[in-house]
Structures are given as C-alpha cells and as structure tokens.
Design a protein around this ligand. Structure first.
Ligand code: COI
Length: 360
C-alpha cells in the first residue's frame, strides 16, 4: 500500500524548548492515519497535518473501549542520526493486542514503514538532550456506527508523535510505590497482557488515591489470591534478591514489556540468574527484613528504568536495599540509554535507523 503525503497545508510548529517538556504534552505537526473496512482491509494510508478526529458519538470506541495502543521512542544520536529501539517488538505486540481485542492486524513491514516515514518527516522534532525523546503513540480504535456490543466493522489506526522529557518529573530517582489492596488490574485469561486503554482507565482511581497519599504509583497484585506481584502502573517490576534478578512470569496478566525483555537479556549476559516466577508480596516483605532484597526497580518504555525507594504494603514500608538508586538499576539505565543514544556499542542489534525518504 502506498502512503500519501497530504501535508501541503501543515503548519510548521515551533520546535518546543527542551526544558520542562513534560511527557506527552506537545505534538509534532504531522500524523499518520489509515482506515480498515470489512472486505477492503487497510486503506487510505496517509500522512497529514496533526488534527482532531471527527467521529460519530455512536462510535464503538466510546461505548465499548475497543482500543489498543503502543508506546515507542525515537532517539537522536550523534550526527543527527534518528533511531528506533527494537521497533518490531512493538509492531508484533500491537498485532497480538489486536487479535485479543478482535481488531485487524497490521502487516508488520508496512507498519514499520509508516512509523519510519512519519518520524523521518518530523525528524527536526526529535529532542537533542540526553534523556529527552520523541515518544511515538501508535493507536487503533473501533469505529462502527452502531450500539450493538460486538466487534466494530470499521477501524482507524493513527500514529502521533510527542517530543517528551522523563516520564517521572524527578527523572532517575527512587520512587515510592503503594501496593493496591482493594482493586486488581488484570486476571489470567483477561486482557492484562494486551496494551488496551481500558487497563489504564481501570487503574486511574487506585493511582489517584495513591498519589493523594503521596505515592508515585501503585503495585498491582494478582486478581485471584491478591498476593502475587504483577506490575506497577506503566512498568514491569524487577527485584534483586540474594544476587538474583526476579520478575513476574508472563502469565497472561502481565504486559510483555520491550524494556523488560531487554533488561532480562542484559542481566543474563552478566551471568546473573534471572527467575521469572510468581512473586508473593509477603516474601518480598520477608526478604527485605532479612536484608536479601537489595534493589527493586520498574522497567518500561516511557519510564525506562525507575528505581524504587519504598513499597508500602499492609501498613508497613518495605525498603529495598538502602532505598537509593541501586547498582543494577544504574547499570541498566546506563546500558539501555547508552545504547539508545549511541554512546555505547549496540551489541544486540536493537537499534534501527530511520532513513531519509527521498520520495516524499
Ligand atoms: C509506555 O511505557 O510506553 C507506556 O505505554 C506506558 C504509558 C501508559 C505511559
């Protein structure tokens, strides 16, 4: 499918200043968009000025939350090379989310080309400062014009780009998390492993309550026994216990994070044992008391590596190690961001350059 460039009237937006960019607050001048119709498949692929969508109030997405998305980043390396990090992991995950949510898949090569063409066009908006990135948000919504509660017959896919700073305003510094003991995020067999908006909507109440109590995020426990650690807000969770790295197994309720996968590979290559398993929060509490829990951190595309200074559970504060940025979190942060910004060699072949398309 050919991608049309309908950009004649696109106003060039001023490039945002890089201080206090925040996360996902400003957008580049263009967006990619296409539609899917039963019988036709994907069509009308085009790059156009960033603009509002016009949708019927009956549209499926508004009533039944048939929506999926991805989170990716583009980085500016030396010589103004613009690169993506493991983008095919995101295109593949989006297709898995699509299957689970009864939505159409997108041919991966085409999806990747659309991403690269849009980032190329708006390459001037990829931030220059280390730690700042162009955040990419591929999104798909169901758009049937009927209130019947079944999968839409029409879908819209779009991609928008946001020059962004650190996800947590304090950057790389220890976060305070609160274990959520009333609500659950996901159960096995549900949609926890899919990147679908409803997972996040369902988390807002708990997150807002935790924020009001002075915490940065909540830790989710499993929905059946309410004791196995799943993930935290926008991150997978990792614990250093007795020199081993432990994280929740991908049991269908946990999002298979790209940063999670990358971290596990880096750690395995350090000859450190990685254990993917069910992790009981009561064991975490016990290991902290015994001095075995030396570090905890979250991983995610938006948050990168986020050290955890405290986990509040059952009226007590669990403090991993000394509550500061641990050695492993710092090493992983340096390795991942170093690779992404081209400061160190890309030993895993995770970096893909965004070409300059001459035919736009
Ligand atoms: C990401 O890490 O990219 C995410 O999608 C998390 C998002 C909810 C901010």
């Amino acid at each position: 499918m050919k991608i049309d460039y309908n950009i004649l009237e696109a106003a060039k937006r001023p490039e945002p200043t890089e201080e206090n960019l925040g996360f996902g607050k400003v957008f580049t001048p263009h967006m990619f968009i296409m539609e899917w119709e039963k019988g036709d498949g994907w069509k009308n692929a085009r790059i156009q000025p960033f603009q509002n969508l016009s949708l019927s109030p009956a549209s499926t997405v508004f009533h039944y939350a048939q929506e999926i998305f991805e989170g990716m980043k583009a980085y500016r390396q030396e010589g103004d090379r613009i690169v993506l990090f493991r983008p095919t992991m995101n295109t593949a995950r989006m297709n898995r989310s699509a299957v689970r949510m009864a939505m159409p898949e997108i041919p991966e090569d085409f999806h990747l080309e659309a991403i690269k063409r849009l980032v190329d066009l708006d390459r001037d908006y990829v931030p220059h400062e280390f730690g700042n990135t162009l955040y990419l948000r591929p999104t798909m919504i169901g758009d049937s014009l009927t209130l019947g509660a079944s999968t839409a017959q029409r879908f819209i896919y779009y991609l928008i780009l946001s020059p962004s700073g650190a996800y947590y305003p304090r950057g790389l510094s220890p976060t305070r998390l609160k274990v959520e003991e009333r609500y659950v995020r996901a159960v096995k067999g549900g949609v926890g492993a899919s990147k679908t908006g409803g997972n996040y909507a369902a988390s807002f109440k708990a997150t807002a309550d935790a924020a009001a109590a002075g915490f940065d995020q909540v830790v989710w426990l499993d929905g059946k026994e309410n004791r196995f650690v799943q993930e935290a807000g926008a991150m997978n969770l990792m614990f250093m216990i007795d020199g081993k790295l432990m994280t929740g197994a991908l049991d269908g309720a946990i999002l298979p994070g790209v940063t999670r996968d990358s971290v596990l590979q880096i750690v395995r290559d350090m000859d450190i044992e990685v254990i993917e398993t069910e992790i009981d929060i009561n064991d975490i509490k016990k290991w902290a008391k015994e001095g075995k829990l030396t570090e905890a951190f979250g991983t995610g595309t938006a948050a990168a590596i986020s050290p955890i200074g405290e986990i509040h559970y059952d009226g007590e504060a669990i403090i991993p190690g000394d509550g500061q940025i641990g050695k492993m979190a710092q090493h992983l942060y340096d390795t991942l961001l170093g690779t992404q910004y081209g400061k160190i060699a890309d030993r895993y072949g995770w970096i893909e350059e965004v070409p300059v398309y001459e035919d736009r």
